[in-house]
Design a protein around this ligand. Structure first.
Ligand code: DAH
Length: 341
């Protein structure tokens, strides 16, 4: 005798319970509801039934067919929902309100040194000025007592724009504008990016930073210059720094000097870093040339002043032990992130 409707119903639900993939559901659908499927097959039992029972039986088969259809559809929907839940659970989570998980950044070593020097000079009454990177020939050279024919220009070849302007070769290029802006007496420092047409190596870069300073007042002398430089350097290096002046030539100062500091590495004994001299050249400086004061509108009968051009890049290299200047402009976080915040 063929399987009864009740038996088939039970068997189907049992099989459905064990099915767990979309292929398994499809197999069940074909097995029970297909043209030659088992539910359809129940109709074969009809022949054995009395005529008055056939209608009711037919309805029951139909109900079973609908129930099977619905049950399979429900399990498929359930499986989809579970699948989606799994995918969501495994998906990487982004919470835009969370703080960034990256390691904290740090300032560039040159910025660090610049700020430090700025603070020291500010505490000594100097104002901090900003100035353009693109300047004209007058400000970069003429106003600094470097006329067109002057050989000092050869040392400062730079990048020229087609309109005749140029990228400033030194922070001294701001001297004239700052004198004109404030007049005398005046104490100002002005850090800035400078450019030169250089072949680069471990000690030379085409782009570097300087910090210029000028102090103009009545009775300013070389001793004032030495005092301010020594105070500033001792603060930066957190120890008493010995300085010495050697004569140096710069058209915009008279007399002009090279200011050296006792070597930080050997303490003045002599080592490869200071070429065994015990001294490091750090900061050219001098008494501002009267022509430069005049060009800046300053009364040279009444006022004198000193100026210095501190190599900020150089200072940062010394302070942080950077051996290759090119690391500083490289944007290479591996080298740059070694420095303190
Ligand atoms: N501007 C000069 C340079 O870059 C450096 C310099 C020398 C600046 C003497 C000064 C100074 O203020 O007095 O080569």
């Amino acid at each position: 005798m063929a399987i009864s409707l009740e038996e088939l119903r039970e068997q189907f639900y049992e099989n459905l319970k064990n099915a767990d993939s979309s292929e398994a559901f499809e197999q069940l659908r074909v097995r029970y509801l297909g043209k030659k499927g088992e539910v359809t097959g129940l109709l074969k039992n009809m022949g054995a039934l009395a005529a008055d029972q056939r209608k009711e039986y037919g309805q029951k088969v139909n109900q079973l067919k609908n129930a099977v259809e619905q049950a399979i559809a429900d399990r498929i929907a359930e499986a989809h929902a579970k699948d989606l839940e799994n995918k969501i659970a495994l998906a990487p989570r982004f919470d835009l309100t969370q703080p960034v998980q990256l390691p904290e950044g740090s300032y560039h070593p040159i910025t660090l040194v610049q700020r430090e020097v700025e603070q020291i000079f500010a505490s000594m009454g100097f104002t901090i000025e900003d100035y353009d990177e693109i300047v004209d020939d007058y400000h970069c050279f003429e106003a600094l007592n470097i006329p067109k024919h002057h050989p000092a220009r050869d040392m400062q070849d730079t990048y020229y724009l087609s309109n005749g302007q140029l990228l400033k070769t030194h922070t001294s290029a701001a001297q004239n504008a700052i004198m004109r802006k404030y007049g005398a007496p005046l104490r100002a420092i002005f850090p800035g990016r400078c450019f030169r047409n250089e072949s680069t190596d471990a000690c030379h870069e085409n782009t570097f930073f300087q910090m210029e300073g000028i102090m103009i007042d009545e009775n300013i002398s070389i001793s004032n210059l030495i005092y301010f430089m020594k105070t500033m350097l001792s603060e930066v290096f957190q120890k008493d720094i010995k300085v010495r002046l050697r004569p140096g030539f710069f058209p915009f100062v008279e007399p002009g000097f090279e200011l050296d500091i006792s070597c930080l590495i050997c303490g003045g004994e002599g080592c490869p870093s200071c070429k065994n001299s015990g001294w490091l050249e750090l900061c050219p400086c001098g008494m501002i040339h009267p022509n430069v004061l005049k060009a800046g509108g300053i009364d040279t009968e009444k006022y004198t002043g000193f100026a210095f051009g501190l190599g900020l890049t150089r200072l940062a290299m010394m302070k942080y032990g950077v051996k290759d200047i090119r690391d500083l402009n490289s944007g290479n976080l591996k080298s740059l992130s070694q420095f303190v915040k």
